[in-house]
Design a protein around this ligand. Sequence first.
Ligand code: GLN
Length: 557
Amino acid sequence: MATKGTTKSASKTRSKKRSYIFVVGGVMSGVGKGVASSSIAKILQARGLTVTALKIDPYINVDAGTMNPTEHGEVFVLQGGLETDQDMGNYERFIGVDIPDINYMTTGSVYQTVIQKERNLEYKGKNVQVVPDVPLEVIRRIKHAAEVADADVTITEIGGTIGEYENILFLEAVRMMKGEMPGSVAVVMVSYLPVPGSLGEMKTKPTQHASRTLNSAGVFADFILARAPIAVDKKRKEKIARFCNVQPDHVISAPDVKSIYDVPLNFERDKLSERICSVLNLPCKKSNLSTWKRFVDRSKDTHDTVQIAVVGKYFSSGDFVLSDVYISILEAIKYSAYKLGLKPEITYLSSQDFENKKNLQKLKKFDGVLIPGGFGTTGIQGKLNVIQYVRENKIPYFGICYGMQLAVVEFAQNVLKLKQVSTAEIDPTAKHVVVDIMPEQKEKLAKKDMGGTMRLGEYPAVLAKGSIAAKAYGATTISERHRHRYEVSPDYITEISSGGLIFSGTSPDGRLMEIAELPPSKHPFFLGVQFHPEFHARPLDPHPLFTAFIKASYESK
Ligand code: GLN
């Protein structure tokens, strides 16, 4: 039976036509390649096609986990535990699917595999070369991801900008695939068209140059997404078409939009999915974006506001404020607010400001306060002061990961009145280390084995019946994604619980504390989670804990 089943599914897999779309960036980065890729995935999904999306990051880091968020933005953790780029979050949110680890790669991870295979004699004595062996490994991964997802269309976004030394090997993979699979591979170049203030005219020249640079890698774009402050007119579409070897109706206007969720709808105005289907010779069913459109409409039809403060530390980069670092949290807040018909107003506050207790008054005007995950010692006293303030002043509080660990520290300090309380991350020699490092993690730290070694990815938890958490989820078993090294110390669980902070969620074996909450009699909403619920929040399926937090915040106004 087993053999028969395998044969059947293998032949089914073989007969399915797989198509591939590559999204590359021209002119400059940061113009929304990730949102463009996610939106392409969305509009094809809306045509009844099975889609999956990959991201390639050209840096040497094996994954995104070892980078400072101010360098690279949020680290998005996949179900399987891989620490990846924030674009992976956009893909999951747009297409509403959990994406496996195989869908993310970096130069570092590709080289690591090639070198390991060489060491294992898998190249059978061959001279292993940068070209073709590195691009071949890239292609192997992309095709494998397509098989795993059983995808009709696999969208791969190549990080960085055309012309950078770093992504040349990835463009080489695109060239090879396009040559080998005519009619099954399409290339989309997302390019920027500036409208210089002094001229007031949209310029196409940088895009022409980007296109030539792409051609010099042996790759021709099938589509150009013209990112610009305003819509691209017919005249410029024709000009781009003439100079960049694409059809005029394959130049798609992609003007700045208020909400990224408008992008799929905008693309469809230029009939992008229909045109992609025609290039790839795919069946093009009637598009169904109605639930998406309902979400977009609802997000614009909100009146009452809810004021949420996010107190974090990774906000500033030179003179600029980065909100990207907490993007999944910001989106999660929005989805839940929209679901409740509310307009979220989110303010970023730097935790260091609250080291001076006088500044705590600033928190008064907020309906709810959220402390996201974090690492290290910067701004910690500020966060502890904020937690004490919101706990005592009954302002709804949602603590995520570090935000829960610090709520436990604050509770031990100010409610249990223990002296010299800390987390081992800050002071392992404190008298009361209420958040500690687990033995297996201690060994890793001693060996400086830092990359990809935290407790990562999805783990189940069981919830106490009748708790705030269980009521919010409407369930007593859940599964959430994690990224942390430290845990509430088993030595203090009884003392903290009898003091009134309830551990309403634990690992199934009861060893690890997953959720801490104050009962409704003590506080309108005070809840911390060791995991990262934001990674599961989706526009069409908001996260229940965020919804409970926003609801409590609005009601306590
Ligand atoms: N720094 C803490 C830990 O490693 C919390 C991590 C986080 O907030 N993601 O356990």
